[in-house]
Each structure stands twice: as C-alpha cells, then as structure tokens.
Design a binder for this molecule. Structure first.
Ligand SMILES: [Zn+2]
Length: 175
C-alpha cells in the first residue's frame, strides 16, 4: 500500500501542469478500469476527498471522489470528461491538495456547480451541486487543466508560501 502513496505527484511535477486529454469510449474502457482501481486505492490510503488522474501521473480527464460523498454526488464516484458550469455567490472555504502537502488555505470560488460527466461505462449524467461537493468538483476539474489551488491564492498569500512551495518543487521535506 505504501507505494500507492508514493505514486501521488507533487507540485513541481510537469504532469500536474498539462492540459489533460479527453477519454474515448469504448477504446479507453480497459485503461479506465485499471486507472480507477489504482486511484481508488491511492485515495483510500491518502485519505483525501478527491483525486484527479494527473495526480497519479496520467494526463487524462478523469477524477474520483471518496465514497463519503455518495449522497451529495447521487452515488457517483468516477467523473470522466467533466463539463462544468460554476454559478451563484462566491464562497470562502479551506482547501488542501494531496499534490501540495501540508498547505491548507482559504480560497474563494463559486458556491454551486452544474456538472455533466461520463461514468466508467461512458454513460453521461448531470448533477447540480453545492457545499463541499461543489468545492471538490471545482478543485478536481482545475487539476485536469493543469491548475493547482495555490495558483488561485492572493499575491500576498503566494508570497508567504513561496519558500515552502519552492522546497516542495525541489522535492525536499518542508517539516
Ligand atoms: Zn488537488
């Protein structure tokens, strides 16, 4: 199980900065099954709320959510080729990321999001989300576009975190 955790890519890894490619059904179906199994194992060990494919080194448009969110996400755990429409008020929430370990910061984003995505079989579904589930989706979809939550912090916050982030990028332990 330990090597699953090691497979989480940390800020500084180029794969986290790429725009991921859409998955194709049915061509990618076997690849998707393997990838989802690996990611579910990784998420469980890492105790995260969500995980995007680039975080395990795969530049494809897929993310998963922890089953803890099953109610809010209407039973969905896997989101493929998501299309989102964020809306409503801006809301501040604390975010953290397995790829930016040890950093938790308040960040403003839209409080609700409509999402359309495919499941592992390629069937599309739509959800209208608020609260933590909306935040999770916005954070994970950013990963698919090469964006990390720390990119969205204020210039002052970024400046304060600069040293920590640089050490992370250089692969050193921060604490
Ligand atoms: Zn993240």
């Amino acid at each position: 199980m330990q090597n699953l955790l090691k497979s989480v890519r940390i800020i500084g890894d180029p794969v986290l900065r790429q725009k991921s490619r859409p998955l194709v059904f049915p061509d990618d179906t076997p690849y998707i099954s393997t990838l989802v199994r690996t990611m579910e194992g990784t998420l469980e060990v890492a105790e995260g709320l969500g995980l995007a494919a680039p975080q395990v080194g795969e530049s494809v448009r897929l993310f998963i959510a922890t089953p803890d969110y099953l109610d809010e996400l209407n039973g969905h755990v896997v989101f493929i080729n998501p299309e989102i429409h964020p809306y409503d008020e801006m809301e501040k929430r604390e975010e953290g990321c397995l790829s930016v370990p040890g950093i938790y910061e308040l960040l403003s984003r839209k409080s609700r999001v409509k999402i359309k995505a495919a499941d592992v079989r390629g069937n599309t579904f739509s959800l209208d989300l608020g609260g933590l589930a909306a935040r999770l989706v916005l954070h994970e979809v950013d990963h698919l576009d090469g964006i990390l939550f720390v990119d969205k912090l204020s210039p002052i916050k970024k400046k304060l975190l600069k040293g920590k982030l640089r050490k992370m990028r250089e692969g050193r332990r921060v604490y």
